[in-house]
Design a protein around this ligand. Sequence first.
Ligand code: SF4
Length: 314
Amino acid sequence: MCSPQEAGMKAVGVKMVTRSRSRGPGVGPRGSWEEAAPPQRGEAAADGRQNHRPVKRQRKVQRLRVAYEAADDDSEEAKGAKPLQAPAWEPQDWRQQLAHIRVMRSGKDAPVDQLGVEHCYDASAPPKVRRYQVLLSLMLSSQTKDQVTAGAMQRLRARGLTVDSILQTDDSTLGALIHPVGFWRTKVKFIKQTSAILQQHYGGDIPTSVPELVALPGVGPKMAHLAMAVAWGTVSGIAVDTHVHRIANRLGWTKWQTKAPEQTRAALEEWLPRELWGEINTLLVGFGQQTCLPVHPRCQTCLNRTLCPAAQGL
Ligand code: SF4
């Protein structure tokens, strides 16, 4: 697609001159571009032919149009032909691979299906409290198994889990409640800081945009996109955690091997249809928990074993 500036560029005619050559007797043996020898004086007479005027080289002028040129108003192109566009990249077998993963995940019996963020908040709490609990469970979940996060959320909710209740809980008590989630000491600090910001600037609710969410202490892009989806019902981007990052690279769903989840998110969002963005996190997380394990993936039982570039090397 061309930019407005490019579209407005003055059409610059590019003319290509080609030489039209007869493949007559003077043309080289392979009919190539070898120069035809002009008939020598007297040769034509010896052939009994009339002596013609010197052969005038024919010139054929073709006009090529550069992609960003505007077509002439009366040309066929101006009457509806679409400009050429480079085909967008997408992984070769991704539709079949995705269909296989859906089949393998149809039981919905992975830990994420029972204990993921959608199952950690109190559905009967006021909306603002529910959204806060969604964000808190996401903060607890990084580097932590779903079972451990769910246990911590259960203990917190038993005391009434709101912004105010967390701010009234001392650090050591909060630490004891969330232990053994990964990096629990750091998370105590981040949860307190974030809760104070939410109380002061958001009336105890959570922000409504990814930039505001990632500005909170201890909240990363994956958490922000999941919070937007679960708490606000808005798909803002693909939530890429370690499972999605690993599996996308194994399946060849990134144009290049990516080094970090944020690179993977950007690479996936370039080609994956937007209507699938909301589905892909839970689908791949559960697949990574049950089949495409970080170490010793179960390729022998995976429906993608013949379509997966990584299957042979694992
Ligand atoms: S074949 Fe193996 S590496 Fe590839 S998606 Fe399946 S489990 Fe993962």
